[in-house]
Design a protein around this ligand. Structure first.
Ligand code: ATP
Ligand code: MG
Length: 462
C-alpha cells in the first residue's frame, strides 16, 4: 500500500516506554514511527515538516493533550493529531474532535480502529501526492518562455507580449527592480519573426558615455585612446535581430540624442568614422524608473520618451501578484534542488505564511535568492521559518523604530515623511506610490516640486 510507505508517525507518550511500545506496534503494522516523551520535540518535528501525523497521549509531561493539539495545529494547520485518552470521558473526546483532532482513541487501544484510521490517512496522503504531481505538471504549463505565473496581472503581460512580439520596432518595458523585465524582453524576441537572429543585451548604467557609445555603435581604429582596432557595435552585431537596452533611464542626455537618431532613421555611425550605416534591428528598452517624471525633471528627452513608449509593457511588482508567490517557490525549489542535489519537498505552512505576508521590495529576484539560500541551509525536507532571512522572520522592525523615535511634529511633516517612506517602499516608482497614497499623480508631482522649491530656499539661506 502506498500510504504505509509514505506515512510516518510521531508517537508522544507520557513515558518513553509507553511511546516505544506504541511505536513497535505501529512498525509492525508497517508504519515507521518516531517515539518521544517530549511534547516539545514532537512540536518541533511538526514545525520542520518531519512529521504530519502524531499520536499523542492526553496527560503528557508538562503539557495537556488538548494544549498540545492546539499548539500543533497552530504550527501546522495541516497536521493530523490522533489523541489517546486513558478513560472514556465522552466530553473530552468531543472537545478534542471539535478542536481539530483527527481521531480520539482510548485505552485499551482498539488496534483495528487505529489501523483503519491510519489507512484512511494513507489514502489521503496518496491523494495529496497525486495532486502535487499534477501541480508539478501544471507548472510547466504555467511557464511562458521562462516567466512563471498564473495571476491575472502576469497573464495580462503574457497576452501583451504575444500581441506585440510580431510587429514591434521599439518597445519600452517598465517595472520595479527584479520583476522580470529581462525575461519579458527575451520572450518578446523569442516570439518575434526574428527569433532565430541575435539578441544583444547592453546595460546602459554600467558604462561611461564614451564606452557605451562604442559598445552600441562600434568604433574605428584610433578613434580614442586604447582603440587599437576597428570594431562593430551591438547594433551591427544584432543586425536583423533584437537589441535590448537595459536601464535606459540611466542614459545621459547626450547618448539619448544619439539613440534617438538610430530609432528615427535606423542609422548608426561608428565612433571616429563619418560613414553612415543602415541597421535593421528591433529595439527593446527597459527601466525601473518612471520615465514620465524623469522627463518632467529634465533628465530624459521627451521626444525619445514618446518614441519609445508608444508600445509599453508594464511588469507588475510581486506584491501586486502575491498569488504567484507559492508557484514561484515551487519553480525555484525545483531549480535549486537540481542545482544543489537536494530533495526538498516544500515549505512548512508557517514559512509559506511568512512569504505571503512580506512586501518583496526586491520582487522575484529577492524571492529567488531567499529560496536558493534556504535550499542551501535547510537540513530537513521542508524549508522552515528558521531557514528564511531574519528580516523576513521579523518583518516590521521599521514600525517599531518609528515608535521609538516618535517626536511631536506637524501634520505637514508627517505627510512629508509618509510620502517619502511610501516612495521608498515602491523603489522610487511614483505612479505606484500615488496609487498607494490614494492621491493623483499630479498632486504627487506638485508635492515634489514644492519640496524642491523649499530645499532650494533653505540652501539659499545658508
Ligand atoms: N515570473 C518569473 N518567473 C521565473 N523567474 C523569474 C520571474 N521573474 C523574474 N524571475 C527571475 O528573477 C530574476 C530577476 O529577473 P530579471 O533580471 O528579468 O528582472 P529585471 O526586472 O530585469 O530586474 P532589474 O530591474 O534589476 O534589471 C532573474 O533571475 C529571473 O530569472
Ligand atoms: Mg534587468
Amino acid at each position: 500500500m502506498t500510504g504505509r510507505r509514505t506515512l510516518s508517525v510521531c508517537v508522544v507518550g507520557c513515558e518513553i516506554q509507553d511511546a516505544d511500545s506504541l511505536g513497535e506496534n505501529l512498525e509492525r503494522m508497517g508504519y515507521p514511527a518516531f517515539t518521544t516523551a517530549s511534547p516539545q520535540e514532537a512540536l518541533e518535528r511538526i514545525g520542520s515538516g518531519q512529521n504530519r501525523v502524531v499520536l499523542a497521549e492526553m496527560g503528557l509531561d508538562g503539557m495537556q493533550g488538548l494544549e498540545f493539539l492546539e499548539r500543533a495545529l497552530q504550527i501546522d494547520p495541516g497536521a493530523y493529531v490522533i489523541l489517546l485518552g486513558h478513560s472514556k470521558p465522552i466530553e473530552e473526546a468531543v472537545a478534542a474532535i471539535k478542536q481539530g483532532a483527527y481521531d480520539f482513541l482510548t485505552r485499551p487501544i482498539d488496534w483495528l480502529r487505529l489501523e483503519r484510521t491510519l489507512e484512511r490517512l494513507g489514502e489521503e496522503f496518496g491523494r495529496r501526492a497525486n495532486i502535487r504531481d499534477l501541480e508539478d505538471r501544471l507548472l510547466s504549463h504555467l511557464e511562458f518562455h521562462g516567466i512563471v505565473g498564473r495571476s491575472p496581472a502576469i497573464i495580462d503581460v503574457f497576452e501583451r507580449v504575444q500581441k506585440i512580439a510580431r510587429h514591434f520596432r521599439n518597445v519600452l518595458v517598465v517595472g520595479p527592480t527584479g520583476s522580470g523585465k529581462e525575461l519579458v524582453a527575451w520572450a518578446l524576441h523569442k516570439l518575434s519573426p526574428v527569433a532565430a537572429q541575435r539578441f544583444a543585451v547592453c546595460n546602459c548604467s554600467a558604462l561611461v558615455d564614451t564606452l557605451l557609445e562604442s559598445q552600441l555603435f562600434g568604433h574605428v581604429r584610433g578613434a580614442f585612446t586604447g582603440a587599437t582596432d576597428t570594431r562593430a557595435g551591438l547594433f551591427e552585431y544584432a543586425n536583423g535581430g533584437t537589441v535590448f537596452l537595459d536601464e535606459i533611464g540611466e542614459m545621459s542626455l547626450g547618448m539619448q540624442s544619439k539613440l534617438l537618431r538610430v530609432i528615427e532613421n535606423r542609422e548608426i555611425q561608428r565612433v571616429g568614422s563619418p560613414e553612415v550605416r543602415q541597421v535593421d534591428v528591433r529595439l527593446i528598452a527597459a527601466t525601473n524608473r518612471e520615465l514620465r517624471s524623469e522627463v518632467m525633471a529634465g533628465r530624459f528627452r521627451e521626444d525619445l520618451f514618446y518614441r519609445l513608449s508608444t508600445l509599453e509593457i508594464r511588469v507588475p511588482s510581486l506584491v501586486e501578484r502575491i498569488e504567484d508567490v507559492l508557484l514561484l517557490v515551487q519553480f525555484f525549489l525545483k531549480k535549486y534542488n537540481q542545482a544543489y542535489g537536494k530533495t526538498i519537498r516544500g515549505l512548512t505552512r508557517r514559512a509559506q505564511a511568512v512569504l505571503l505576508r512580506y512586501h518583496w521590495p526586491g520582487n522575484v529576484r529577492e524571492l529567488e535568492n531567499v529560496i536558493s539560500s534556504a535550499c542551501l541551509t535547510t537540513e530537513s525536507n521542508f524549508v522552515d521559518i528558521a531557514d528564511l532571512p531574519p528580516h523576513l522572520q521579523n518583518p516590521h522592525p521599521a514600525a517599531l523604530e518609528l515608535d521609538d523615535t516618535w517626536r511631536p511634529v506637524s501634520l505637514e511633516e508627517v505627510r512629508r515623511q509618509h510620502i517619502a517612506r511610501v516612495l521608498d517602499f515602491c523603489a522610487g516608482n511614483r505612479v505606484r506610490a500615488a496609487q498607494i497614497l490614494g492621491i493623483g499623480r499630479t498632486s504627487l508631482y506638485r508635492h515634489f516640486q514644492r519640496e524642491a522649491r523649499l530645499k532650494g530656499k533653505q540652501q539659499g539661506k545658508h
